[in-house]
Ligand binder design. Structure first.
Ligand code: PMP
Length: 393
């Protein structure tokens, strides 16, 4: 229960520990270089992976949509919030992801919140990775299904849980992130699809950090592993590599039909503005046209990773543009991030409870529009700080 007294006490305690920070205020587009609290800063904290958030063609598409449809949808999709642009986006998304159908929601978060309880209910079981995103956790909480958590990407644990439990339930849903947002590692989906098939279970993959990044033309994790058509439900967002706002799920026509008629965010919440839909359509068109931006993202990612590892920085098990500087100690990670900020570099510290105790880190995210000069500046300063703080020798 909310208690003013308790809340004020908690604020005072976190202020005393130096942990109470006001929200940072961004005064520019969320690009490679931003204006943050009035200062020019190199941004290693955005999910604008392809650097398209302020791309001229994407902005023009959004502006054109505002001219035609206005600034908001003014209705849920099932009433009159479902424009022809929505229909076009869903067709384009389904084609882009090589799936039968796509259903667009208001955000990636609402996809998981609104889909998981409809896919798995009473008498079913959800098996979820311990490091899955908060929205999968909350979607699972909303479901009437039973839940089991497995150790992070541990396929022996997954098989053990399937073996012990499969016969007890009508359906089993295995839920996982494709790319884990705190580590940048990739779920072993070849093994997961094998186990899902072996134990007659359904597979639900949140590809929020994979779409636009992994696979040919950025089609995502299924394409990356050659598993197209083998994942029952794939979730994505329109707020990261596709940098507007919204989320979607792709799978079968039947899935779309079922969710469209039952999922509560679709039925009870206003749909996203046409500008976001038009911008998303434009980004998919750009991705279909050329792989250049995707290649630049990977070139930058590999350049940054090589630079850090050559200087002895531990980047954990990162396989993607999400690159943690593993530090361990919570205070040290916070200080590290603060020291970077003093050099006008924004890279957030990630500490307990977001990651386990003793696994604190500073997370860097690389995008296609970082320049080599910016990356060099960051690598040099990271090395200097790491040496000064004895993170490396
Ligand atoms: N899933 C994952 C794995 C995410 O990282 C995020 C965003 N942090 C979401 C879902 C939510 O997506 P959105 O920001 O579109 O709500």
């Amino acid at each position: 229960m909310f208690s003013q007294k308790l809340f004020l006490k908690e604020i005072e305690e976190s202020k005393a520990k130096g942990m109470y920070k006001p929200l940072p205020v961004l005064q520019s587009a969320n690009g490679a270089e931003i204006v943050l609290d009035g200062k020019k800063t190199i941004n290693l904290s955005s999910n604008n992976y392809l650097g398209l958030v302020d791309h001229p063609e994407v902005k023009a598409a959004a502006i054109q949509a505002i001219e035609k449809y206005g600034v908001g949808a003014s209705s849920a999709r099932n009433i009159i919030g479902n424009t022809d642009l929505y229909e076009e986006l869903e067709l384009k998304l389904a084609k882009f992801k090589n799936e039968e159908a796509a259903l667009v929601f208001q955000s990636g978060f609402t996809v998981n919140l609104g889909s998981i309880p409809i896919i798995a209910g009473e008498g079913d079981l959800i098996i979820s990775d311990e490091l899955n995103h908060a929205s999968i956790i909350d979607g699972t909480r909303f479901s009437k299904a039973n839940k089991i958590i497995i150790r992070h990407m541990d396929m022996e644990d997954l098989e053990k849980k399937l073996k012990e439990n499969r016969a007890k339930y009508k359906n089993v849903l295995i839920a996982t992130d494709s790319v884990f947002s705190m580590d940048g590692d990739i779920a072993p989906l070849q093994d997961m699809t094998f186990l899902a098939e072996k134990y007659d279970s359904l597979l639900y993959v949140d590809d929020a950090h994979g779409t636009g990044i992994l696979g040919k033309k950025g089609r995502g994790v299924a394409d990356h592993f050659g598993l197209t058509g083998k994942i029952d439900f794939t979730v994505g967002t329109l707020s990261k590599a596709i940098p507007a706002v919204g989320g979607y799920i792709v799978g079968s026509n039947l899935m779309k039909n079922w969710l469209e008629r039952n999922s509560r965010p679709i039925l009870f919440s206003t749909s996203i503005p046409a500008s976001a839909i038009a911008a998303s359509i434009k980004v998919i068109e750009l991705l279909e046209k050329s792989e250049d931006i995707n290649n630049i993202l990977w070139e930058n990612t590999n350049y940054f990773k090589d630079g850090l590892t050559k200087r002895g920085i531990n980047i954990g098990n990162s396989k993607t543009p999400i690159i943690p500087i593993m530090i361990g100690d919570e205070e040290k990670a916070k200080n590290f991030s603060q020291k970077l900020k003093e050099c006008n570099i924004l890279a957030s510290s990630i500490v307990f409870p977001v990651v386990p105790k003793g696994k604190a880190r500073v997370r860097c995210i690389i995008t296609a529009n970082h320049t080599k000069q910016q990356l060099d500046y960051c690598i040099d300063n990271i090395e200097k700080i790491a040496k000064a703080m004895r993170v490396i020798k």
